[in-house]
Design a protein around this ligand. Structure first.
Ligand code: NAD
Length: 281
């Protein structure tokens, strides 16, 4: 198998499909003939992406409201998908993100900060950690439980999780997101082993740095569009010297979803312009 033809007509569920990376993946998958089901807690975004994808590619796409943290609602959605699109062949767990409540203002504690530690680790709220772990870890676990059961019964299917650079080395300020994404890599390996003889492959993609709504104003100045100090650090540590474009993820996703990668399971591929390969010097 040295082409993507096996993907034509397959049905792929994309959670968080209304977002920047999810919608770009949906468009790329549809171009390869994959029927996409865009699930998002933001129903307007899900429907809009599905309409755009089917209009631009001529491949069917369905936008459905779903909460990746509510198993009963996912089960109801699974039924709706079967009726509208047919059996689910592929799953991309794309819903994820960080929370300001789990983000420190300080990168590190210095002697000057000792009188007021509120901007450090000690000012974080448990609620923020819980939210970030729920969205990234439980939000991958539950859709996988619901949507992969039939893949296992049919002995065929592929699951693709979305990790992050933080899974390898945590970025300053975002401890919950970093740990939650590390758990995605670990879970990807665990499930890959568990499903290996059941014919279902489980892999992940770790995107490098992409400008999206969540991080745009952390990485670029709101008014001038210039890089912030954090944005400059990221670019300095990305050997290719730019942020990624969401479309950069499509090729790796198609490869991992197709039979071209039929002997690959339990890995995470960085799509990062060399960020994870660079030691910083
Ligand atoms: P995004 O915010 O544009 O998209 C995330 C989508 O998930 C949103 O549409 C949101 O409505 C949806 N969502 C949130 N909670 C949900 C829930 N409970 N149920 C269903 N949907 C829900 O973010 P993005 O940048 O496109 O990120 C997509 C994935 O890529 C995330 O897992 C993110 O952690 C990961 N990622 C992003 C970057 C980056 O630079 N943007 C880098 C590495 C990894």
């Amino acid at each position: 198998m040295n082409n993507l033809n096996d993907l034509k007509g397959k049905v792929c569920v994309i959670t968080g499909g209304g977002g920047v990376i999810g919608s770009s993946l949906a468009a790329g998958l549809a171009e390869a003939g994959i029927v996409t089901v865009i699930l998002d807690i933001n129903e307007v975004a899900a429907v809009k992406v599905a309409e755009m994808v089917s209009a631009e590619t001529g491949t069917a796409s369905y936008g459905i409201k779903a909460d990746v943290l509510n198993k009963a609602s996912l089960e109801a959605v699974a039924e709706e998908i079967r009726e509208k699109a047919g059996q689910i062949d592929l799953l991309i767990n794309g819903a994820g993100g960080n929370s300001p409540k789990a983000t420190t203002a300080l990168e590190e504690i210095t002697e000057e900060d000792l009188e007021n530690l509120e901007n450090s680790f000690f000012g974080l709220e448990l609620e923020g950690f819980q939210r970030v772990f729920d969205l990234n870890f439980t939000g991958t676990l539950l859709p996988t439980m619901v949507f992969s059961r039939e893949m296992v019964k049919r002995q065929k299917g592929v699951i693709l999780n979305i990790s992050s650079m933080n899974a390898y080395k945590p970025l300053t300020k975002i401890p919950a997101y970093s740990a939650a994404k590390a758990s995605i890599n670990n879970f990807t390996e665990w499930l890959a082993v568990h499903f290996a003889k059941a014919g279902v492959r489980v892999n992940a993609i770790a995107p490098g740095f992409f400008l999206t709504n969540q991080n745009r104003f952390l990485l670029t100045e709101e008014t001038s569009g210039e890089l912030t100090p954090r944005g400059k650090k990221i670019i300095a540590n990305t050997p290719m010297g730019t942020f990624g474009e969401p479309e950069d993820i499509t090729g790796t996703a198609l490869f991992l979803l197709s039979d071209m990668s039929h002997f690959i399971t339990g890995i995470c591929i960085p799509v990062d312009g060399g960020y994870s390969a660079f030691g910083g010097v």
